[in-house]
Design a protein around this ligand. Structure first.
Ligand code: NAP
Length: 250
């Protein structure tokens, strides 16, 4: 892919409306790039992200789809393909938590987290790989979490989904490598977004204390790694999990 083609890529970011997803949309918003900003519920936030992408010189389209719903995911990729005819970069970032100790975890909370965080990525990858295989080019980036490797009490559903996402990353990387499609994951540590906003001041301080770099991460810290994995400098990297956690896991 030439440098001009690189700039003009079609990029789909699930959960691109807020937090880490928004920062990734901004980091990938080169002039000529067309970014599809996916969201489930917060359309206004998605519009704000789209405006930021346009300000950076890219094109942006917001696209509503609950990644836990197969029909919604299929419809989203239909929209993308009708608009640009290709998918060059897919970032599986959409994620939720429904925390609780295992003994009390409701089956619905187990299922919802698995279907969103892992099933959503599976469905989007399945849809995106068809055009990517034809193009003989694709960059897939899955947003995992440090807890996928570390485990975390109270998050059996979330941790299982993230550990599964890392296994999915490696298997699909092997399946698709011959088509010049790379599949990698980023495992963020403690990042300041809406997802972590409810943590009390004491718990936050205890969390930061466990981080060798002694600060919480910012969405931009993750976006930098995503831009690297989506760019030409990472053309020879596949099947890897990059931890961006201030050293929280090593
Ligand atoms: P966030 O601020 O809560 O944002 C979540 C995003 O996902 C929103 O754009 C949301 O859209 C979207 N989303 C949720 N459910 C969806 C669904 N069913 N279908 C489509 N989109 C959906 O979370 P974040 O902190 O940026 O997290 C982003 C990713 O990073 C997640 O996969 C998370 O597990 C991972 N991560 C975060 C941290 C952290 O410390 N923050 C650490 C490790 C990993 P709506 O607003 O429309 O629902």
């Amino acid at each position: 892919m030439t440098a001009t083609d690189q700039a003009a890529r079609t990029i789909v970011v699930t959960g691109g409306s807020r937090g880490i997803g928004r920062a990734i949309c901004q980091a990938l918003a080169a002039p000529g790039a067309h970014i599809f900003v996916n969201f489930a519920a917060a359309g206004e936030a998605a519009e704000e992200t789209a405006a930021l992408v346009r300000r950076a010189g890219g094109s942006a389209t917001i696209v509503q789809a609950d990644v836990a719903q197969p029909d919604a995911v299929a419809a989203m990729f239909k929209t993308v393909l009708e608009a640009t005819g290709r998918v060059d970069v897919l970032v599986n970032n959409a994620g939720i938590t429904r925390d609780g100790l295992l003994v009390r975890m409701k089956p619905a909370d187990w299922g919802r987290v698995l279907e969103t965080n892992l099933g959503g990525a599976f469905r989007c990858i399945q849809q995106a790989t068809k055009p990517m295989m034809k193009q003989r080019y694709g960059r897939i980036i899955n947003i995992s979490s440090v807890v996928g490797a570390m485990g975390n009490p109270g998050q059996a559903n979330y941790v299982t989904a993230k550990a599964g996402l890392e296994g999915l990353t490696r298997s699909v990387a092997k399946e698709l490598a011959s088509r010049n499609i790379t599949v990698n994951a980023i495992a963020p540590g403690f990042i300041e977004t809406d997802m972590t906003a409810d943590l009390g001041e004491k718990a936050r301080a205890a969390m930061v204390d466990q981080i060798p770099l002694k600060r919480a991460g910012r969405p931009e810290d993750i976006a930098g790694a995503a831009a690297f994995l989506a760019g030409p400098a990472a053309d020879y990297i596949t099947g890897q999990v990059i931890h961006v956690s201030g050293g929280m896991y090593m």
